[in-house]
Design a protein around this ligand. Structure first.
Ligand SMILES: Cc1cc2nc3c(=O)[nH]c(=O)nc-3n(C[C@H](O)[C@H](O)[C@H](O)COP(=O)(O)OP(=O)(O)OC[C@H]3O[C@@H](n4cnc5c(N)ncnc54)[C@H](O)[C@@H]3O)c2cc1C
Ligand SMILES: NC(=O)c1ccc[n+]([C@@H]2O[C@H](COP(=O)([O-])OP(=O)(O)OC[C@H]3O[C@@H](n4cnc5c(N)ncnc54)[C@H](O)[C@@H]3O)[C@@H](O)[C@H]2O)c1
Length: 468
C-alpha cells in the first residue's frame, strides 16, 4: 500500500484534445488532476491542424458544390474571396487564444499548470522550478513535424503545416512536399484560394489507403489546377535573393514557388520529456489501457504513442485511459479485455479516417492489402458511387467509388472505403458495422433510405451476393 502523499492523483503532460480528455474522464471518476501545457490549451488540432485546415477547405467545397448543379451553377459568377476565407478560418481558432478552453478546464475542476513538463522520476513532473508529484502520469504531448534531409530545405524558411493553417496571405505559387493527408488537403485548400500549387511526393498519394483513393484524388487535384508529381525526390532546395524558392528534383527538373510547405509526416513529441533517464528510449509501447509497458504509473495517450494520429481516436484512447487510471487508483474492477470499457480495442480494428478533400476519402478498418497481410481470408466488393440515385442528385457529374473488405470466414465487414464528394457522413455506418461485427446477412436488413448516397450499401451487398 503506497502511503506517500502526492500533489495530485494524476498529472497529464500536454493539454491537446487528448490530454484534456484524459484529465476530464479521470476527474469525472473522482480523481484530482492537473494538466501541464507549454503552448495553447487545445493543442495542435484546435489552432493549427483539424479546425483551421477544414475551415480553409470548406469554402472551396461549397463553391464547387454549387458549380456541379445546373441552375445553381449559373448563379456562380466569381471566385473565392480569399480574405473572407482566411477570416472565417481565424474565427475557428478563436484568434489563437485559449481563454475559452482554459476556462473549460477550470469549470471541470482540473488545474492548469502553464510551462514545459519533464518527467524527472517515477510519479514526478517538473515544470519550471516546481515538481508536481502524482500517483499516475499521462503523456499526451502529441507529435512534431519531420523535415526530410533535403539539401538546403531547412535554410529555405519552409512553411510547416502550422504556417499553412495560420497564414495571413495566399502565396501566388506554393510547392507542397508530401502526398499524405496533410499535403493533399492543404494543396487543395491553397489551389482553391488562388495559389498555383505543385505537389511533390516521393510516393503516390495517400499510400496507406486503397489504391483507387489516391488515383481519384490525383485526378481531382489536377482538375483543380494542381501540378501533381508523384514518385519524385527533391534533391535540393534554395531560396533565391528575390524570395522565390526553387526545388530541384532527381529527374533534373526544377519547380518554383513563393513558399514551400513541408508536410512529410510527424513523429512523437518525446524528445525532451526526460524518458531516457527512466530507461524508456525509442517509441513508447503501451498496453490496451494506454499504460506504458514496464511501468505501473505512466501512460502515453493520443498521437504521442503513434497508434493513430487522429483527434477522434486519441480522444477515444483518452476516455479509456482516464477511466482505467481511475479504476486502478480507486481499486475498482478493471475492464480491459477486448471491447472492455478500459481498452482501446478499436485502435486495431476500426480507426475511422477522413481526408477532407473534394472528393473526400473516408475509410475505416483494414484496407484489402492490410487485411491480407494480417492473414485474413478476405473477399472485396467494389461499386461505382456515381451510379446511385442519391449521388446523381447531389451533383451532375458525381464520380466516386466504394469498397468493402469482408472477412470471408466470419462473414463480417473488416474494412470500408468511400471516395466521392460528401462521403464523410457515410463512414459511421461502416464503423458501426465493423465494431458491432454485424453479419453480412443481417446488413441486408439495414435499409438505406431512397434516394440517399447510402444506397451504395445495398449495391455493395448485391455485388457480394444475397444469402441463400
Ligand atoms: C494539418 C493537420 C490537419 C489535421 N487534421 C485532422 C483532422 O481533420 N481530423 C483529425 O482527427 N486529426 C487531424 N489531424 C491530427 C490531429 O491534429 C492530431 O491527431 C491531434 O491534434 C492529436 O492530439 P494530441 O492531444 O494527442 O496532441 P496535440 O494536439 O499535438 O497536443 C499536444 C499538446 O501537448 C503540448 N506539449 C507537448 N510537449 C509538452 C511538454 N513537454 N510540456 C507541456 N506541454 C507539452 C503541446 O503544446 C500541445 O498543446 C491533423 C494534423 C495536421 C498536422
Ligand atoms: N483529415 C485528417 O484526419 C488529417 C489531416 C492532416 C493530417 N492528419 C494526420 O497527420 C499525420 C501526418 O500527416 P502527413 O500528411 O504529414 O504525413 P503522412 O505520413 O500521412 O504523409 C507523408 C507524405 O510525405 C511524403 N514524403 C516523405 N518524404 C518526402 C520528401 N522528402 N519529399 C516529398 N514527399 C515526401 C510521403 O511519401 C507521404 O506521401 C497523418 O498521419 C494524419 O493522421 C490527419
Amino acid at each position: 500500500m503506497d502511503t506517500t502523499t502526492y500533489d495530485y492523483d494524476l498529472v497529464v503532460v500536454g493539454a491537446g484534445p487528448v490530454g484534456e480528455n484524459v484529465a476530464d474522464y479521470a476527474t469525472r471518476r473522482g480523481l484530482r488532476a492537473a494538466v501541464v501545457e507549454s503552448e495553447l490549451v487545445g493543442g495542435e488540432c484546435s489552432y493549427w491542424a483539424c479546425m483551421p485546415s477544414k475551415a480553409l477547405l470548406r469554402s472551396g467545397h461549397a463553391l464547387r458544390a454549387a458549380r456541379r448543379v445546373a441552375g445553381a451553377r449559373e448563379a456562380v459568377t466569381g471566385s473565392l474571396d480569399a480574405a473572407a476565407v482566411l477570416a472565417r478560418r481565424t474565427s475557428f481558432t478563436d484568434g489563437w487564444a485559449d481563454d475559452g478552453q482554459a476556462a473549460w478546464l477550470a469549470s471541470a475542476g482540473i488545474d492548469l499548470v502553464r510551462g514545459r513538463g519533464r518527467v524527472v522520476g517515477p510519479r514526478a513532473v517538473q515544470v519550471g522550478e516546481r515538481v508536481l508529484t502524482a500517483r499516475a502520469v499521462a503523456l499526451a504531448t502529441g507529435t512534431v513535424p519531420v523535415v526530410p534531409p533535403v539539401a538546403g530545405l531547412a535554410d529555405a524558411a519552409p512553411w510547416g503545416t502550422r504556417d499553412a493553417t495560420s497564414a495571413d496571405h495566399v502565396p501566388p505559387r506554393l510547392v507542397v512536399l508530401g502526398g499524405g493527408v496533410a499535403g493533399v488537403e492543404l494543396a487543395q485548400a491553397y489551389a482553391s484560394l488562388g495559389s498555383r500549387v505543385t505537389l511533390l511526393s516521393v510516393s503516390g498519394l495517400l499510400d496507406r489507403e486503397e489504391p483507387f483513393a489516391g488515383e481519384h484524388l490525383a485526378g481531382a487535384l489536377a482538375a483543380d489546377g494542381v501540378d501533381v508529381r508523384l514518385h519524385v525526390t527533391p534533391t535540393r532546395v534554395d531560396r533565391r535573393a528575390d524570395g522565390v524558392v526553387t526545388v530541384t528534383l532527381d529527374d533534373g527538373r526544377v519547380v518554383e514557388g513563393e513558399e514551400i510547405l513541408v508536410a512529410t509526416g510527424r513523429r512523437p513529441s518525446t524528445g525532451d520529456l526526460g524518458l531516457d533517464a527512466l530507461g524508456l528510449s525509442g517509441a513508447l509501447r503501451v498496453d490496451e489501457t494506454l499504460r506504458v509497458e514496464g511501468t505501473d504509473w505512466l501512460y502515453a495517450v493520443g498521437d504521442v504513442n503513434g497508434r493513430a494520429l487522429l483527434t477522434h481516436q486519441g480522444k477515444y484512447q483518452a476516455r479509456a485511459a482516464g477511466e482505467a487510471i481511475a479504476a486502478r487508483l480507486r481499486g475498482t474492477p478493471l475492464d480491459d479485455g477486448p471491447w472492455g470499457a478500459h481498452a482501446a480495442t478499436a485502435d486495431r480494428a476500426a480507426v475511422p479516417r477522413v481526408v477532407f478533400t473534394d472528393p473526400a476519402v473516408a475509410s475505416v478498418g483494414l484496407t484489402e492489402a492490410r487485411a491480407r497481410e494480417s492473414g485474413l481470408a478476405v473477399r472485396t466488393v467494389e461499386h461505382d458511387l456515381g451510379s446511385v440515385a442519391g449521388a446523381a442528385l447531389e451533383a451532375d457529374d458525381y464520380t466516386g467509388r466504394a469498397l468493402l473488405v469482408v472477412d470471408a470466414d466470419r462473414q463480417v465487414v473488416v474494412g470500408a472505403t468511400f471516395v466521392g464528394r460528401d462521403v464523410a457522413e457515410l463512414l459511421h455506418a461502416a464503423t458501426v458495422a465493423i465494431v458491432g461485427e454485424v453479419p453480412v446477412d443481417r446488413l441486408w436488413h439495414a435499409v438505406p433510405a431512397y434516394p440517399t448516397i447510402s444506397e451504395i450499401w445495398l449495391r455493395l451487398l448485391e455485388s457480394y451476393g444475397r444469402p441463400s
